[in-house]
Design a protein around this ligand. Structure first.
Ligand SMILES: CCCCCCC/C=C/C(=O)SCCNC(=O)CCNC(=O)[C@H](O)C(C)(C)COP(=O)(O)OP(=O)(O)OC[C@H]1O[C@@H](n2cnc3c(N)ncnc32)[C@H](O)[C@@H]1OP(=O)(O)O
Length: 303
């Protein structure tokens, strides 16, 4: 099975861990701008660009956090604020999450926020991860992930919170929860989310092996709903959004909420314990050592 998932991929192994395929190198940049015109409403913080088309009710939320859209505390905070604003905006009916960075949707949680920091930082970071999941998994508006690049771990989690997933058909891209490959364990709500998405048996294999799927394999197991040429990801997301919008909002919203509430309630009930667990786990010397070595490997991969 692992052989299937590694087909055509350029992996670099480190102990039991593997980096995702990809050869792109990036420079870090940051922008800050605000812009608005008649029917379009665009705003851009340093890491998140929002473009709301008032005539269609569709907002495109683009991740623009070079090099790899890793989900740092700042990224999560900005994303959370943008989603909150859109949820309150009556002219918005649906949100497309996508990436402005080439070849990467999101590299998952920012390892630098989990490495070499103090327990207070870990707790704050983890609460912001919980917050974005809670927000997206119970989001009242329609959400579609336009996955135009690789999407490991936290990136995959974020995509799975959406109502629909469209992935670019580039065979170099990968999606999945690869935590065990890093020697860490995905928390119960990551697990609940993948079970709800692909079913229990597939999730068991997926989580234990830390499997990363090519777009076509992800489609086969139902981790994504559609695979299209990269240049069609956004237009397909817009067409799909129109289909969702043809359903009366209140009926769709209530159905979504009824299906997802038990999963959301489980994290709400154990949120503090989950945070304590994360802080104690991530602070362990052995885990810090593994993360440090993984970071070094990521950096050494440079040509
Ligand atoms: C109870 C306890 C529970 C604990 C649960 C914790 C759950 C964890 C969830 C996670 O999301 S952990 C993160 C998992 N992510 C990964 O394993 C992805 C690792 N990255 C890659 O495989 C590759 O970077 C890529 C995404 C395929 C992109 O490859 P590309 O060749 O395009 O870029 P690189 O040269 O590899 O990277 C550029 C630059 O970015 C840094 N970087 C990459 N990923 C991360 C990351 N997740 N966090 C922080 N930084 C990252 C990489 O080190 C390079 O840095 P520089 O050398 O440019 O400084």
């Amino acid at each position: 099975m692992a052989a299937v998932l590694r087909r055509g991929a350029k992996f670099i192994s480190f102990g039991s861990s593997q980096l995702l395929p990809g050869g792109c190198k990036h420079g870090r940049t940051s922008t800050l701008s605000f812009f608005s015109s008649s029917n379009r409403n665009s705003s851009s913080s340093s890491k998140i660009k929002v473009d709301l088309d008032g005539s269609t009710g569709i907002a495109v939320v683009k991740f623009q956090s070079p090099p790899v859209n890793s989900m740092s505390l700042d990224f999560l905070t900005e994303l959370s604020i943008s989603l909150e604003k859109l949820e309150l905006d009556k002219s918005c009916r649906g949100v497309i999450l996508t990436s402005g960075q080439p070849k990467i949707f999101s590299a998952g949680l920012d390892i630098l926020d989990m490495y070499g920091k103090n327990p207070e930082h870990y707790a704050e970071f983890w609460k912001s991860v919980q917050d974005i999941w809670l927000k997206l998994y119970s989001y009242s508006k329609i959400t579609i992930a336009g996955i135009n690049g690789s999407c490991p771990a936290g990136g995959c989690l974020m995509a799975m919170t959406c109502d629909y997933r469209i992935m670019a058909d580039d065979p170099r891209y990968r999606i999945g929860l690869n935590e065990t490959q890093l020697g860490i364990v995905a928390p119960f709500w990551f697990m609940d989310t993948i079970v709800n998405t692909v079913g229990h048996r597939t999730a068991e294999l997926s989580l234990q092996f830390g499997l990363m799927y090519s777009p076509s394999d992800a489609l086969k197991i139902g981790l994504v709903d559609q695979v299209v040429p990269e240049e069609k990801v956004l237009s397909t997301a817009t067409e799909t959004m129109t289909q969702f919008m043809a359903i009366p909002d209140h009926a769709r919203e209530i159905s979504k909420s009824m299906l997802r509430k038990p999963t959301v309630d489980r994290l709400l009930a154990f949120r503090d314990a989950d945070t304590k667990n994360f802080v104690s786990f991530i602070s362990k010397d052995s885990i810090q050592k593994s993360l440090g070595m993984y970071l070094t490997m990521l950096k050494q991969r440079k040509v």
